[in-house]
Ligand binder design. Structure first.
Ligand code: DHB
Ligand code: FE
Length: 312
């Protein structure tokens, strides 16, 4: 079928009415965006000669995506979170806010209000028979001056690649902690080596990825929010070197500067330093924050997050 209807007055009028352009009430920005969005969907139907059967299967796909709570899981897989990062990087470059540790996506699995402590935290609840991981580093400004009392908010998956709260079999706030840096800007966490993450195999996200011939895997990774008054809030994560997916992340979060080696430490004196009595794995992630006076840049951007806004 080769019929073309998008140029007709009938479709133009329909789009105007759909977006409320003939009404005085409502929100102009929403009207403009909905007009474009529906126009582009119509255009896709025309250009690809989408059949009614295909159209309705897409509608019910979106419905299912919402029902299993996967919309915010699919977005990173479609590169949307990374695209927002590309825009924020470009904005920073234009404003001369260069340098500092690079940002990368937050992902959909943060939970607000993790326990907070000074200098050190143990992150795992001891329930898994897993390799101990020491995560440590220093937070500085661009001139290398240590930043004391920065809040380092860390979260990661367990050995099954699942996150507490979203995986109700884990204890509350397992593998989620906030650590205030000490006078030298240092933070240390005792945790366990995480496994890579995979999208729920029967879920909507994986269903679409299958049709794209793509996998839904992420390398083993550790998420960070780092904030300190007078500095730009940093949302980032590290990907562990040597994982099959380190440079093949379905969520496009890998950045060269954020690939970190986790090394096995056999030296008993190092183990003792961390109160451990055997070999362990250690990684160092130092963070550079960029100074800014702009209050809105000092906080993470607003978005819906688990338990955010509740007393914690
Ligand atoms: C997804 C999961 C993650 O753990 C993450 O960091 C980013 C994205 C996801 O399921 O889309
Ligand atoms: Fe993650």
């Amino acid at each position: 079928m080769t019929v073309k209807t998008m140029h007709t007055p009938e479709v133009k009028e329909l789009l105007n009415k759909v977006a409320g352009l003939d009404q005085s009430g409502g929100n102009d920005r929403v009207k403009q965006i909905v007009h474009r969005l529906v126009h582009d969907i119509f255009q896709i139907v025309e250009d690809f000669d989408v059949t009614p059967e295909e159209f309705w299967s897409a509608v019910y796909y979106v419905s299912g995506l919402g029902q299993n709570g996967e919309a915010a899981l699919l977005a990173p897989g479609l590169g949307m979170d990374h695209y927002l990062d590309i825009r924020m990087d470009a904005e920073d470059a234009e404003a001369g806010r260069t340098g500092g540790t690079p940002r990368t996506i937050e992902g959909p699995l943060y939970v607000a209000g993790a326990p907070i402590s000074d200098g050190f935290a143990r992150m795992d609840d001891g329930s898994e028979d897993a390799e101990t991981l020491i995560i440590t580093g220093q937070v500085t400004d661009e001139r290398g001056q240590p930043i004391a009392d920065a809040v380092v908010d860390i979260w990661h998956a367990n050995t099954q690649g699942t996150y507490s709260y979203f995986d109700p079999s884990q204890s509350e706030y397992n593998l989620r902690r906030r650590i205030r840096t000490d006078a030298e800007g240092r933070y240390t966490a005792r945790s366990i080596v995480p496994s890579g993450y995979g999208c729920p195999p029967e879920g909507s996200t994986q269903q679409l990825l299958n049709l794209l011939g793509r996998h839904g895997q992420r390398p083993a990774h550790i998420h960070y929010f780092i904030s300190s008054p007078g500095h730009r809030h940093l949302t980032t994560q590290i990907n562990l070197a040597g994982d099959e997916y380190t440079f093949d992340d379905f969520a496009f979060a890998t950045r060269e500067e954020l690939v970190v080696e986790a090394n096995r430490i056999e030296d008993p004196s190092q183990a003792e330093q961390y109160g451990l009595n055997g070999p362990f794995t250690k990684l160092v992630f130092d963070v550079q924050l960029v100074a800014t006076d702009a209050a809105e840049l000092q906080e993470r951007h607003p978005r819906q997050r688990a338990l955010e806004g509740e007393s914690a």
